[in-house]
Design a protein around this ligand. Sequence first.
Ligand code: PEP
Ligand code: MG
Length: 561
Amino acid sequence: MVTSSEVRSTLRGTPVVPALAHGPAVLVRSAVSPEAIAAFEPSFADADAALAAYVEAAQAVSEGFARKADKASGAAAEVLTASAGLARDKGLRAAVRKHLAAGEDLLTAVHSGVEQFVTVFTGMGGLMAERVTDLHDIERRIVAHLVGEPEPGVVVPDTPSVLVAEDLAPSDTAGLDPAVVLGLVTERGGPTSHTAIIARQLGIPCVVGVAGAMTIPAGTPLLVDGTTGVVELHPDPAEAEERVAADVAQRASLASWEGPGATADGVSIKILANVADADSARSASAAPVQGVGLFRTELCFLNRQDEPSVEEQASIYGEVLGPFGQDRYVVVRTLDAGSDKPVAFATHAGEENPALGVRGLRLSFDNPGLLDRQLEAIAKAANATGTEAWVMAPMVATVAEAGDFAAKVHALGLKAGVMIEVPSAALLAHRILEVVDFLSIGTNDLTQYTMAADRMATDLAHLTDPWQPAVLQLIAITAEAGFHAGKPVGVCGEAAADPLLACVLVGMGVTSLSMAAAAVRPVGARLATVPMDVCEDAAEVALSATDPAAARDAVRALLLG
Ligand code: PEP
Ligand code: MG
């Protein structure tokens, strides 16, 4: 008998990773349950015994972070290792001891100790203030251990399941195993949220911004469609398995795509990778890519207090350039520090509105040496490795900024470009192209600034969507400017990783697509099935749609039938 809770129903959100997943829902809780806290009635002999319980819980939390750090790489591993250290920090323990000695019960003492640290970190500003979120995360996890609950956040499911969460934090997503996490559904978050970026990297079917997701009862069978954004509750099991099997078979055929990038009728489109460090560069170099379209240099320095010397920078960049040899090229982006990526030695602290503040190229306005030294290091790395380096600046807003930057880069004998992330730059792309060799559209920031919607805002998923007609219009203007100038215009934001949107971008005239290595084959294989004139039709229907859902539906109908 079908009970009312088993009736088939659907929820809808923003599709992120185009694949199907079928499995039971596992809900990710972001807090310790108030009932468990209320029921916690410890009887410690004295303050020392209470402190011993704290130490044991903090140690367990620290070990959990360390295990996740082992499975992660790059910046995620560094963040997790730092959290492991913070959880067993002696100063934090001393603060808890002091509050216990003052007669506070254990949970209150833990909270007071953490708050003491929060005040200190907040006062220090910059990177330390960013760590306040980690402190709260650590407190929740320690409390969970003390009251005997599983730690909040992702619990690795025993059987393959679909994770349903409000949103996922970096510590939740690092180390997710696609063998047991079949799909991801989040109530908040947009296509550029942390969850979306990680899901793309891991190739896990994912839908974000699904209103009502957290009301799905745990264990509910779900069919998650990362192409349409539909999450089906209680699907017919046989039908769901059949659709998943067909999807797996189709993805397997995509996995055999070996490049080079081209439309079905042979128009060459460069397929490139986005990389962050030597590790990701090495693995991307094994993918069928013609090079790197975005090397985010700032990610190498998130945990550095002082600016590395030119020699050290040259060696770091060399490790990224090297794997691409002499027949492929790497687009190196100069530091995009500030806002969501604070770098201690570069970022201006205490800005009221950092996303609109001194970030990216703007950091060089009062500190030109920072840019000059980085350019020198990039040139050295290119010389040492023999790999062709193109250099581009982030957050360019005016033609003059582009011209000044290009002059410096040209003086070193390298190709110069700028990112198109600010609407003013998109509108003036034709004039910027008079002074640079190439453009690269950063759709993550271009969407944020066009829609005036923080790319990290978890409640604005419908606005932070690159399928928004206004964003598509600015991309089309930029691509057309490139066509008339006869110069390359690429896309390196997350939009390039969406196989259907990739066809739309190509139809607009974009000449390269750069994405997380995991997206390379699905995008390359899809593009290989669509002739250029159909890409152009797709661009037209997307541009004339009234909203992102209508644009997706129209393009899907055109390309997938
Ligand atoms: C972008 O804004 O689209 C981009 C590629 O840069 P980042 O995501 O590093 O800001
Ligand atoms: Mg950007």
